[in-house]
Design a protein around this ligand. Structure first.
Ligand code: ADP
Length: 476
């Protein structure tokens, strides 16, 4: 059983949930202990008790824990990648890359821990000095989704620890094993008891108890827009600092002057790799008239050829959808798209494989219009819609015609157009001749409009959320 981890101790509970492999529903990976609200209060108390010690731990100690975690994850990348692929369903290669990414995130913040500084200056009053120092926010609760079960917890936990906070992680229900493995790696690296706590359970019970607690100082969430919005409202009651990363409906604009094969590769990778289960996935392919037919034909060919199978099988390009419920939602979204006038040009079928899993061929939907549900709401699966544009100006307008604003991409060989797009795309991250998904660990991650709320994650900008400034005046 995967126990809760509170104050350094594994805690089993009366209620457990089976952790099932989405590539093979006959494969039960483990059972996860479920917390009740009392366990959540214990975890908060544990993090509170550990907070003063960790806040005062010097940069060298924090660096050591973060650097050792990075090293531990790197050394175990193949083993943990196997677990990740088995639990979440992305391919082995993608899963190993995710573990390595988590290692890089810890390595980056190991460095940042040594760089922590403040500012000093003169006061406006003669004889008085001023110091501005970032201090830890305190106890932070981290609520994470299933699609990056190592990388997302890592990019919240690493800066939280780097800047002296203590943590309670509430992972998504579907991925307790990866969460537990990550927490184990941090503890094996020497984090003191209570600095990192793990509670599993339903969002509405365990997540909500963290959101409502006045003893939690900050809450960082990644998940759906509806949940994020509800969390922000609830967290305001206890005046908690909140950081939300939510959905996207990311456009990839393909212009007449693009390198066609590169654009096709960007679309196929961005839309369908990791089974399209990335908040940065390309959902809307916006293509100008001159290249439209050739582009759609090539992408359709590639979509039909994608090898969908068990995430752990050699040669698999696309793993299963994470759950049967999610697969049903994807198929329903295709049905709605058809009813509203779209055509499923390639893929979209439920598939049977040697093992019972949640398989579907990725889908390319053409003849779509901006008002269609598929282009307005986030579909979290391997489905991309195609919108046709007269020219660049119309394509840009369509790209921005969405409630979301996480990433936006353009494929063009024109410096003038790419420069214009970088300036005018209403998104937190813009990609030129690259898939909309795929980001670095050392620079800010986040979106605009309904995609994000609060300060940016990752890179040195993460400091804004995880610290609170102290301004001290001294008369000499
Ligand atoms: P997804 O559709 O990706 O599952 P959710 O927003 O439902 O997105 O879930 C993301 C995370 O938020 C999960 O860890 C989930 O348990 C948690 N969660 C869901 N509902 C709530 C809630 N009401 N309060 C706090 N956390 C929640």
């Amino acid at each position: 059983m995967i126990p809760l981890l509170i104050n350094g101790e594994g805690i089993t509970t009366g209620q457990v949930v089976a952790n099932i492999n989405p590539s093979n529903t006959a494969d039960v990976i483990d059972e996860a202990a479920q917390a009740d609200p009392h366990h959540v209060q214990m975890a908060i108390a544990s993090a509170r008790a550990a907070a003063p010690g960790w806040a005062m731990a010097g940069p060298v100690e924090r660096h050591r824990v973060l650097a050792k975690t990075a090293q531990g994850l790197q050394e175990r990348a193949a083993e943990l990648g196997h677990l990740l692929a088995r639990e979440e369903g992305k391919t082995r290669a993608e899963a190993i890359a995710e573990v390595e990414r988590a290692a890089h995130i810890f390595a980056f913040f190991a460095g940042e821990a040594l760089r922590l500084g403040g500012e000093t200056g003169a006061s406006m009053r003669p004889g008085v000095g001023v110091e501005v120092t970032p201090e830890p926010l305190g106890v932070v609760a981290l609520i994470t989704p299933w699609n990056y079960p190592m990388a997302i917890p890592a990019w919240k936990i690493a800066p939280a620890l780097c800047y002296g906070n203590t943590v309670i992680l509430k992972p998504a229900e579907l991925v307790p094993s990866c969460a537990a493995a990550l927490i184990d790696a941090i503890n094996a690296a020497g984090a003191p008891a209570g600095v990192v706590n793990l509670v599993m359970g339903a969002g509405r019970v365990v997540g909500a108890a963290l959101v409502d607690s006045p003893a939690v100082d900050g809450l960082s969430f990644t998940g759906s827009q509806a949940t994020g919005q509800a969390i922000a409202v609830a967290a305001a009651k206890s005046l908690k600092r909140v950081q939300l990363e939510m959905g996207g409906s990311n456009p990839l604009v393909v212009l007449d002057d693009c390198d066609l094969e590169l654009a096709v590769t960007c679309a196929v990778d961005g839309s369908f790799y990791s089974t399209g289960q990335r908040c940065t996935a390309s959902r809307r392919l916006i293509v100008t008239d001159g290249v439209y037919s050739r582009f759609v034909e090539r992408v359709a060919e590639r979509v039909r050829a994608l090898r969908v199978d068990d995430a752990l099988k050699a040669g698999t390009e696309i793993g299963p959808v994470v759950s049967d419920e999610q697969l049903e939602q994807n198929l329903q979204a295709l049905e709605t798209a058809r009813r509203e006038g779209g055509s499923v040009r390639a893929g979209g079928e439920r598939l049977t494989r040697a093992t019972p899993g949640h398989y579907m061929q990725p889908a390319l939907v053409t003849d779509t219009t901006p008002e269609m549900t598929l282009n307005r709401e986030e579909v979290f699966g391997p489905i991309a819609s195609v919108l046709r544009a007269r020219d660049y100006d119309e394509a840009l307008k369509l790209a921005n015609d969405t409630p979301f604003g996480l990433t936006a991409g353009v494929c063009t060989q024109s410096l003038a157009r790419s420069t214009h797009f970088k300036r005018h795309a209403q998104a937190g991250m813009v990609m030129v001749n690259l898939p909309t998904a795929g980001v670095d660990v050392h620079v800010p991650f986040g979106g605009r409009k309904a995609s994000s709320y609060g300060p940016r994650e990752q890179g040195e900008y993460a400091r804004t959320f995880y610290t609170i400034m102290k301004t001290a005046y001294t008369r000499a």
